[in-house]
Design a protein around this ligand. Structure first.
Ligand SMILES: [Zn+2]
Length: 126
């Protein structure tokens, strides 16, 4: 008998990113950071996109909570030109520059994703 579980298909990198999103949403009290009056489903939105590579993809500091509609509105422009998002820079002065300085594109080893996943999972469960 062969049982396929969806969990198995997720890479440790994806699992680390999921934990980072959860961490960020808890930090932000599941409140849309663009407009706290917004309700509905909340998303973890990357500031420096996952596609830019690096371990910063699983750094909660690189993720903010946005409601589904703000996340959708932000769309590609959010990831391609975050500097043009005036509200973001007003609310989080210096954060984008700090993240850019932290961002490195070296290949990340599997054990590094595992370490981040383990650390965030413990933080999320306490
Ligand atoms: Zn919103």
């Amino acid at each position: 008998m062969f049982i396929v579980r969806r969990e198995v298909a997720k890479t440790i990198r994806t699992k680390a990113i999921d934990q980072a999103k959860l961490r960020a949403k808890e930090r932000d009290s599941y409140t849309c950071q663009k407009n706290p009056n917004h309700t509905g489903q909340m998303h973890g939105s990357h500031i420096i996109p996952v596609g830019a590579g690096g371990i910063i993809a699983a750094d909660p500091d690189n993720i903010i909570t946005l409601c589904a509609s703000c996340h959708k509105l932000a769309g590609d422009s959010w990831h391609e030109a975050p500097l043009e998002q005036q509200w973001f820079h007003k609310k989080f002065p210096g954060r984008y520059d700090r993240l850019k300085a932290k961002h490195e594109t070296r290949p990340i080893k599997k054990y590094e994703w595992q370490e981040i996943y383990d650390k965030l999972k413990v933080e999320n469960e306490t």
